[in-house]
Design a protein around this ligand. Structure first.
Ligand code: A2P
Length: 326
């Protein structure tokens, strides 16, 4: 695959395609001032990014939409040049909620369609106004989900033209198989967004997905911002890894660029989050060098098989995905 800054799309199993690098837009609420997301997305588009990963849950989806629309109005890009991925949150899995939830995202974005819409995680939470519902004792309120029914509602959204492609996130093999084996399946998931970086390389899930023509989208490809509230910080900081830094030195690159290049070179989509102009630019400069086969093998060998994002608060959920091997 010859990837360049201006041509780096990967085909999806439904005939569409996805740019191999996207800008992540998740930020911990209250950590950055308003409009940083707007400016970051506009800058990213100027620098050549054509893929933005967002979610209603991130509370800045309106800024993402505004940035995209401003760049279209300026004539910098056309709508069809941009790939936006939105996410169906866990409190909205009941089939009758799927289309209104997607329409709420389109309303935030002020766009007519999203390119990819994914089930954000395979664990339902009680529907309602709270994103994170708990009872008065602080206990999580779970909700039983028939993911095949949710999927059928998503298929209807694709057929109605509200979304071009459908995918999932944080699904394990068993949960993917549930959808793939669904009687009467109309549209296969095109992607599974999961944690993936040199310390968590996902060899088995990647192989399974490749066999089924499903692309892996790597969230936290740089090892996250290491917020101890939701990140397992017993795993050492990825970007301080001695080997990644030695390879970086050879190519006059940074450890971040090596981590991203490793994934794209093996066909994994990366969505590094940055709202910092220098780092947004840096993360995109991964098309002017290639790692050798030996370097790829050695980076793969850094795999520690320990997750940074374990979602342990929901580990007693009946659908908790990370108890299975993969
Ligand atoms: P910032 O937004 O200030 O650049 P991940 O994508 O793995 O979740 O990582 C995101 C975190 O990594 C954010 O804290 C982001 O901060 C930081 N980051 C993004 N790009 C780089 C880079 N090139 N070098 C170091 N840190 C980076």
């Amino acid at each position: 695959m010859n990837l360049t800054a201006t041509s780096h799309k990967v085909p999806l199993n439904d005939g569409n395609s996805i740019p191999i690098i996207g800008l992540g837009t998740y930020l911990d609420p209250g950590t950055e001032s308003q409009n940083t997301c707007l400016e970051a997305v506009k800058m990213a588009i100027d620098m050549g990014y054509r893929h933005i990963d967002g979610a209603y849950l991130y509370r800045n989806e309106h800024e993402v939409g505004l940035a995209i629309r401003e760049k279209i109005a300026e004539g910098k890009v056309k709508r069809e040049d941009i790939f936006y991925c939105g996410k169906l949150w866990a409190t909205c899995f009941d089939p009758e909620m799927v289309r209104p939830t997607l329409e709420r995202t389109l309303q935030e974005l002020q766009l007519d369609y999203v390119d990819l819409y994914i089930i954000e995680m395979p664990m339902g939470l009680r529907p309602g106004n709270e994103f994170y519902p708990r009872d008065k004792n602080g206990k999580w309120l779970y909700h039983k989900t028939d993911f095949c029914a949710t999927w059928e509602a998503l298929e209807a959204c694709k057929d109605a033209g509200l979304v071009k492609s459908l995918g999932v996130s944080n699904f394990n093999r068993r949960q993917l198989e549930l959808i793939l084996d669904k009687p009467g399946l109309k549209h296969k998931p095109v992607s599974n967004q999961v944690e993936c970086h040199p310390y968590f390389t996902q060899p088995k899930l990647l192989k399974f997905c490749q066999q089924h023509d499903i692309v892996i989208v790597a969230h936290s490809p740089l090892g996250t911002a290491r917020n101890p509230n939701w990140v397992n910080i017993s795993v050492p900081p990825l970007l301080e890894d001695a080997f990644l830094n030695s390879v970086a030195k050879k190519y006059n690159k940074t450890a971040a660029q090596i981590a991203l290049r490793f994934n794209i070179q093996r066909g994994v989509i990366v969505i590094p989050k940055s709202f910092n102009p220098q780092r947004i630019k840096e993360n995109f400069q991964i098309f002017d060098f290639a790692l050798t086969e030996e370097e790829m093998t050695n980076i793969e060998a850094l795999n520690k098989n320990i997750r940074l994002v374990e979602l342990l608060m929901w580990s007693d959920h009946p659908d908790y995905p990370f108890s299975d091997e993969y």
